[in-house]
Design a protein around this ligand. Structure first.
Ligand SMILES: Cc1ncc(COP(=O)(O)O)c(C=O)c1O
Length: 278
């Protein structure tokens, strides 16, 4: 079921909606100031920019990711800026997948107490899904919803099968900077916004580039603050006898509430709602 459906059900049933989170932090002021400067100070920033991505932004992204992947990423040919992950995934699929092609999506997937790491890719099952019709496999690490970070061996397995079957790998790594504990995100891959926004993101990335591996890094600090929130909420769930899947990274938490469900007669509740009894 899509997450938006849960929002509707929560409103209808007057329930506290833990499925929908709201960020309780502001964007780093380097970016917000850069955005206001970009909008106010420059005529050029209020015009269309290069279609495939604002030059200043693609330049710094190329620098960062060439550095992180040890692989030269040409800013002009290897980077496309999209309006978020949804558009990137849509473009990736619609530009490559045709009728009768097959696409492998590893479950559980972004819609579209165990740990995230307890979910392991089964090599036999994975192989059995590949065929000559397989045009693409979508991998999402850190994963939404379980927060699993794929291991090197799992990514190798995907890579080898994809080479063997001539399959494209679409890698969704939107949570690449939200990594908890001592986990490490492994990049298998080596994101059109309005011009001022692209300019502002470029300024933010330029600042991050200088402190990429330092504790001062905004992304590192952000991951640490998210980890504290993860621990707090996991403990809250465990205190009420429910098991949360502890995410290794990312923004989401899955909770097994069957212990509580057993104590509530949901069927009775539903009947009362239809008859108007409380
Ligand atoms: C795994 C994953 N990929 C892509 C997206 C979409 O990202 P955006 O909001 O940038 O379109 C989301 C948003 O929740 C996501 O969780």
């Amino acid at each position: 079921m899509a997450i938006t459906k849960f929002n509707e059900i929560a409103v209808k049933n007057n329930a506290i909606n833990l499925a929908l989170g709201f960020p309780d932090y502001v964007v780093h002021d380097v970016v917000t100031k850069a955005l206001s400067n970009a909008t106010l100070d420059s005529v050029i920033n209020n015009q269309y920019t290069r279609g495939a991505g604002h030059p200043r932004l693609i330049k710094i992204l190329s620098k960062i990711y060439s550095n992180l992947t040890n692989h030269w990423i040409n800013p002009l040919t290897d980077i496309v800026i999209t309006v978020g992950g949804y558009e990137a995934i849509f473009c990736g699929i619609s530009s490559h997948v045709n009728t009768a092609d097959e696409v492998i999506i590893i479950e559980p997937f972004f819609e579209s107490s165990i740990r995230g790491s307890d979910w392991i890719l089964d090599p036999k099952e994975l192989r059995s899904k590949f065929s000559i019709k397989t045009k693409m496999i979508i991998s999402n690490t850190p994963n939404n919803p379980i927060g699993k970070i794929y291991t090197y061996d799992e990514l190798q397995m995907i890579a080898k099968l994809s080479i063997e079957f001539n399959t494209l790998v679409l890698v969704d790594e939107v949570y690449e900077w939200m990594i908890f504990d001592h986990n490490q995100h492994i990049r298998m891959s080596k994101a059109r916004l309005l011009t001022p926004l692209q300019e502002a993101f470029a300024v933010g990335y330029e600042m991050e580039y200088e402190r990429l591996n330092q504790n001062l890094s905004f992304r590192k600090q952000f991951a640490r603050s998210l980890q504290d929130k993860r621990d707090l909420i996991v403990n809250m769930f465990s205190e009420v006898n429910t098991n949360a899947v502890i995410p290794e990274g990312g923004f989401f938490l899955i909770v097994d509430f069957s212990n509580i469900a057993k104590r509530v007669n949901l069927l009775q509740k539903k009947e009362n709602q239809t008859t108007g009894n409380s």
